[in-house]
Design a protein around this ligand. Structure first.
Ligand SMILES: NC(=O)C1=CN([C@@H]2O[C@H](COP(=O)(O)OP(=O)(O)OC[C@H]3O[C@@H](n4cnc5c(N)ncnc54)[C@H](O)[C@@H]3O)[C@@H](O)[C@H]2O)C=CC1
Ligand SMILES: CC(=O)N[C@@H]1[C@@H](OP(=O)(O)OP(=O)(O)OC[C@H]2O[C@@H](n3ccc(=O)[nH]c3=O)[C@H](O)[C@@H]2O)O[C@H](C(=O)O)[C@@H](O)[C@@H]1O
Length: 458
């Protein structure tokens, strides 16, 4: 917090300091009142996995919220009361917000003019060359710059490379002439929720708020307090950007270590899941879970966002990424070995991938290792089919997908896959190969050539 002082001094021009201080004092008090009495109007930019639940939370906390989204089909769906994402509790909470008249979606910029608060929740993916693609963010910031008023609070919730909030502040200044921390308030308030637990974690997780000024951070804290019960820590925007990226990089590197242990276990004929369970009985060891890969919108890209502006190479984080990115290829090796064991030429094999989503009980296929696996085998085998209960465009039923197939590969830990009767399902298949990339099948089913990732056999 003490470090912030130097920061404000940079941001505020000394010449106008006294005058601006008076204005800013009046503004901040007014804004606090508007937030506390819920008369502050909120625009959420981007209604995806993060923006929609956040908009719903603020609406149900009593604010008038308008969601601005460029995908018109999403806007239509939401305004008719239907969520376009799968998440526990979302349908009820969305209906509540819409029925109370607190939440609307729009694709019209005019509808978000002059709001008190702008929350930017757009995607921040990577380009093919693994550098950050900030075009969605920049476009969202342009929209905000065009529609905001003096004194608005601009919150970037998206995960972004260090120093991006300051850059976006300068972009607003170029477009609109408003200076961040002087003419408007600005923070980076990264979201830390876990899909599948979003509505619980929005309330109970702790939050980091990185302000370009202390006042900005204070306002944002009051705003989030309208529904958040976890601790809220204030810092500057570059620190909060780094904290968020460090959290996901920590998880990615730890998963890579678990994956490397799994690869080693194959060399020594050890079941890695038994070994990890035993190692985790140590009071200071908590090894993650190995698997077919690390997917989703965040873990596969956030380490690269963290490294993106660094002036040197950082080997550990990069290496961890490579290990995780190679795991679908290791699963491919397991499949090829199984085909060889029963003399099925790969070019004649029909392979069924069970689960396309990046993790269990999700419909999100962004950066999914299942897709990398499909990509890795599609030129080698005769046919690749897929079945995912949550993903459109896959086979309707598991049975239909497996009929006449040679191999099934479990790529996602959907609950539906956990208690399947493989001996019964096997009767539908032409050949019985089962590859488990997610430690779903604990005991190899009878009559199958079974290979489990991390299970020791190769
Ligand atoms: N999905 C997750 O589990 C988490 C995501 N995050 C971060 O939150 C951010 C958003 O992620 P998601 O919600 O998953 O992405 P998403 O892709 O589900 O949602 C982004 C939405 O923004 C819309 N959009 C893009 N540009 C726009 C613009 N200029 N104006 C209006 N709408 C626009 C897109 O059409 C999309 O609906 C990312 O930075 C991500 O790293 C953080 C924590 C968890
Ligand atoms: C540090 C941390 O826990 N970050 C969370 C993470 O959510 P996300 O759903 O992407 O995380 P996840 O459950 O770790 O899954 C990511 C991927 O990693 C795989 N995975 C996960 C844990 C593990 O031990 N082994 C493993 O292989 C999953 O199968 C999945 O493919 O990233 C989110 C985000 O930033 O998007 C973040 O808000 C969440 O709190």
């Amino acid at each position: 917090m003490r470090n912030l002082l130097g920061f404000w001094i940079d941001t505020i021009s000394w010449k106008n300091l006294k005058f601006r201080f008076l204005i800013s004092f009046t503004w901040v008090e007014k804004m606090k009142d508007r937030i506390i009495n819920k008369s502050a109007e909120i625009a959420v930019i981007g209604l995806g996995y993060i923006g929609l639940p956040t908009a719903i939370m603020f609406a149900n906390a009593g604010f008038n919220v308008i969601g601005y989204e460029i995908r018109k089909e999403v806007v239509e769906k939401l305004n008719s009361g239907n969520s376009h994402i799968i998440e526990p509790e979302i349908d009820d909470l969305l209906h509540k917000a819409i029925d109370r008249g607190r939440l609307k979606a729009t694709s019209n910029k005019d509808d978000i003019r002059g709001k008190d608060v702008y929350l930017i929740c757009v995607q921040t993916p990577l380009r093919d060359d693994k550098t950050p693609d900030l075009t969605y963010l920049e476009e969202a910031v342009r929209t905000v710059a065009e529609t905001m008023k003096k004194g608005s609070l601009v919150v970037i919730e998206s995960t972004i490379p260090p120093m991006t909030t300051l850059k976006m502040g300068r972009l607003i200044e170029e477009i609109r002439g408003f200076k961040a921390g002087v003419d408007f308030y600005m923070v980076h308030a990264p979201e830390r929720v876990m899909p599948g637990r979003i509505f619980k974690e929005l309330v109970y997780n702790s939050r980091i708020i990185g302000g370009v000024t202390e006042e900005s951070a204070e306002l944002a804290e009051i705003l989030y307090r309208s529904f958040a019960k976890g601790q809220i820590f204030r810092t500057n925007s570059t620190t909060s950007e780094m904290v968020k990226l460090m959290e996901n990089t920590f998880r990615d590197v730890n998963i890579a270590l678990a994956n490397e242990f799994a690869l080693l276990a194959h060399q020594y004929g050890v079941n890695i899941f038994e070994a990890i369970e035993l190692a985790n009985t140590h009071p200071r060891v908590k090894i993650h879970t190995p698997g077919i890969g690390v997917g989703g919108h965040c873990l596969p890209k956030d380490p690269y966002l963290l490294l993106s502006s660094a002036k040197e190479d950082f080997g550990l984080i990069q290496k961890a990424r490579e290990i995780n990115e190679d795991m679908p290829l290791f699963a491919k090796d397991l499949l090829m070995n199984a085909l060889k064991m029963i003399n099925i030429p790969p070019e004649e094999a029909i392979v069924v991938v069970l689960g396309l989503a990046y993790k269990g009980d999700s419909d999100d296929i962004r950066n999914s290792p299942a897709l990398a696996f499909v990509e890795g085998i599609k030129e080698d085998v005769k046919e690749v089919r897929s079945y995912d209960p949550y993903v459109k465009g896959t086979h309707e039923t598991l049975e239909e997908a497996l009929k006449g197939a040679d191999a099934a590969v479990i790529a996602t830990d959907h609950s539906q896959f956990k208690n399947l009767d493989w001996e019964k399902i096997g009767s539908l298949m032409r050949n019985k190969i089962l590859i488990d990339g997610r430690y779903i099948v604990k005991t190899p089913p009878k009559g199958f050539v079974f290979k489990g990732l991390g299970r020791g056999e190769y």
